[in-house]
Design a protein around this ligand. Structure first.
Ligand code: TDO
Length: 186
């Protein structure tokens, strides 16, 4: 497993090992012990799986407020997507900054996004599947969103995105009062 730091401390790009043979490949997408040896001790409690039919679908930018905040371990089950994390911890040296990576079925890359970050993605292929582990349960009362086009993100879109009603009505980052506060590492 190869782990690469990103420009946002705490957000990690992970490349699990793939064992290819005549049948295809085998890969461990999550192994608590292996991840722990790399300093990742997140306790995941829920797995999510969604499919977006159209190219240019954007889901995000989403968060759950504390005490239901979620870290996420994201991968692409089918197709190609651009996965994005935005730091929304008030007082963080990287507040408002984003990173984005292409995750695909073919490259098998995963993105680890800690609590305190927005998460969203844009699809680059039809019928794109995303699969992600979450460190807390879904809590509709804590669910929140920030406008996808308010953080200066280059989503690689060629036209207007397909959005949910909720995402189309989300506030801009500039008007958003984040429930997260930055805590410097001890
Ligand atoms: C996220 C979620 C949704 N739902 C339900 C609520 C709703 O009726 C339906 C669709 O929900 P949404 O429109 O919020 O789905 P979606 O826009 O795919 O939301 C997801 O987007 C990505 C970017 C994330 O990071 C996730 O945490 C989540 O916010 O599914 C659950 O039952 N459990 C869940 O964990």
């Amino acid at each position: 497993m190869k782990i690469t730091e990103t420009a946002l401390p705490g957000v990690l790009l992970i490349e699990p090992r793939r064992f290819g043979d005549d049948r295809g490949f085998f890969s461990e997408s999550w192994n608590r012990k292996t991840f722990a040896t790399h300093g990742i001790h997140t306790e995941f409690v829920q797995d999510n799986h969604s499919m977006s039919g159209a190219v240019g679908t954007v889901r995000g930018l989403h968060f759950q407020a504390p005490p239901s905040a979620q870290a996420k371990l994201v991968r692409c089950g089918r197709g190609v997507l651009v996965d994005v994390a935005v730091d929304i911890r008030r007082g963080s040296p990287t507040y408002g900054q984003w990173v984005g990576y292409e995750l695909s079925f073919d490259n098998g890359l995963q993105l680890l996004i800690p609590e305190g970050f927005l998460h969203g993605f844009a699809t680059r292929t039809p019928d794109t599947e995303i699969i992600y582990k979450c460190s807390d349960y879904y809590d509709a009362t804590a669910d929140g969103a920030v406008a996808w086009d308010s953080c200066g993100i280059d989503w690689g879109l060629t036209g207007d995105p397909i959005l949910s009603e909720k995402d189309a009505a989300a506030p801009a980052l500039a008007d958003f009062d984040s429930p997260f506060t930055y805590e410097a590492a001890p």
